[in-house]
Design a binder for this molecule. Sequence first.
Ligand code: HEM
Length: 622
Amino acid sequence: MLEGELIGHLMVIKGSDGKQCSRKRQRWVTVGRIQNEKLRGTYGLCQRWPNKETMALWSQFKDELCGKEPSSRSARVSAPPRLTILPSVGEFLSAKLTPGKKAEPREPPNRSSPVESPSSSMSSHGDAFSSDASMSFGILLVLLYFSFSGRSKRRAIPSPSGFPLIGNLHQLSLTPHRSLCELSKKHGPLMLLHLGRIRTVVVSSAELAHEFMRIHDLCFASRPRVKASKFLLYDGKDLAFAPYGEYWRQLKKLSITQLLSSKMVQSFARLREREVAQLVQSISSIASDGGVFSLSEVFNWFTNALVCKAVLNSSISDEKKKLLAEMIHVNTVYFVKVFAEDYFPSLRWLDVLLGLEEKLNRHHKKWDAVLDAMIEEHISSSEERGSKGISFLDVLLDVQKNDFSSEIHLTKEHIKAILLVMIAAGTDTSFAVLDWTMVELVRNPNLMRKAQEEIREIAQGEATVREEHLSKMHYLKAVIKESLRLHPPLPLLLPRESTQDCQIKGYVIPKKTRVLINAWAIGRDPESWESPEEFKPERFLDCPTDYNGNNFKYLPFGAGRRICPGIQFAISSIELTLANLLCFFDWKLPDGFKIEDMDMTECGGISCYRKQSLQLMPCFRA
Ligand code: HEM
């Protein structure tokens, strides 16, 4: 056999001349070695196995062999002069072929044995050789068949070829949702990547998202343990990165029924209105000076202040706001940073050597000190605040105090981890939505006018737009939905991990596989959306699609058990803020700056926002 020769999807990796095949087009897994002259070589199996031809070839062999007595089959296997299966695969296969029996120790190939000697067998048995050779080859195929038959109808998930060791890591750009979308155009909506040693499945269609997040949601309801969460979130004591289990379940229940319940979100209505009124006031003073300012920066501070008020029920100083905004930004970077340990668990030392662990630790300590101070201040000022409203922290401290009556035991570390996620998740995502929506409206002045007309008509004669006006603002709601379709702040949602083997569309997804749902790609899939790249809010008018994760073409907040619990909190503040900004101001780009000059490049991070800050000139409405 010549190296590189193909038999179905079997390839001769090392030919009878001992030469190693240099073919790198696909990955090959070595499965066995045949010792006799005609078929001698090391055989590999293509990772993409099985294809139709291979299956046909195999079933042909299988049929032939099934006609024989099982004893003769196992007799051939246990006398292995012609076929030597390589160690790990071989022991596994021989165990499979002799059920109930332990795999027998492998016999070392004995070249002096007359049976094994290919030349003697050739010369003395002539024709008999060819049938022996094909039999050996048949056995090899049967062994392979048996090795895969346990995984009933298992098909290999399409996978882009990668490099040894790093796998497909090099194929991820700074905006991984984009590179994964490009890869999925070539390899399909279900792809297997090897990110270092991490087996990762990427889902890029609504149909498959439905399979993963509805039909098999329980199987994929866990999160992988990543280094950033270990260091920054007190080893997954928060809600977002906690592995699936009783602690996460109780915490999710607490967040849905108390922390972020409708009642709680409603109780923050006056707080939101006050904060938005202040924002309008500060923009008014810029408008009266005819100035230009960074709306992105203002959005960042504003969302941060809003979330912190909900978390603490008290204001924080401007200095602290600035510090928090910076720290949140660093968080998002750390959650996508490539730490060696995340992809090669044995290479933790490399992170230590490169000083990455030290940096993470320092960042964690900064957060820890800020959170400690927040909690201390909150406790010491509780009398002063009296019964004025209730914050997330009040709820958590109450749960901690009533430990015996509640189902979860919260330590201070748990509380800090939960607060950190609420502050970071609430700020970053809402900021991104506000920013992208204004960017899209500035790029589409007709749509901005349409939204303004609706808002101004509904809030006619009012000094501010209030929450009760929002339910009638259908076009504004459609604008926000469209913005979330094109620019989901978490384009790959949050990573999930399978807790058991699961079969989806004939593919087996093994336990502990990481799963990325590309919500960004799904939101732009031409199979699901007409003119997907166009910003067209009209598509959401008179359309029942909502944020609740029931329409798998539209997943800005995820779906299933792990769906975002902050939807109502986020949407009510986003709607109120935009309604007020569009009601009281017209918005222009700075003089000399054209729409075409707006750079739509995205920033890398777990959440995705525009790289360029949005500089605008507010004018009082005509
Ligand atoms: C527009 C704003 C927001 C967007 C687009 C958003 C999006 C998401 C997404 C995509 C997930 C992952 C869902 C999944 O894995 O299927 C998530 C999880 C989460 N979000 Fe949000 N989010 C937003 C606002 C908020 C707010 C305001 C809070 C809290 C104050 C929050 C708290 C959380 C938490 C705690 C989780 C983890 C849930 C879990 O793992 O069970 N989010 N969010």
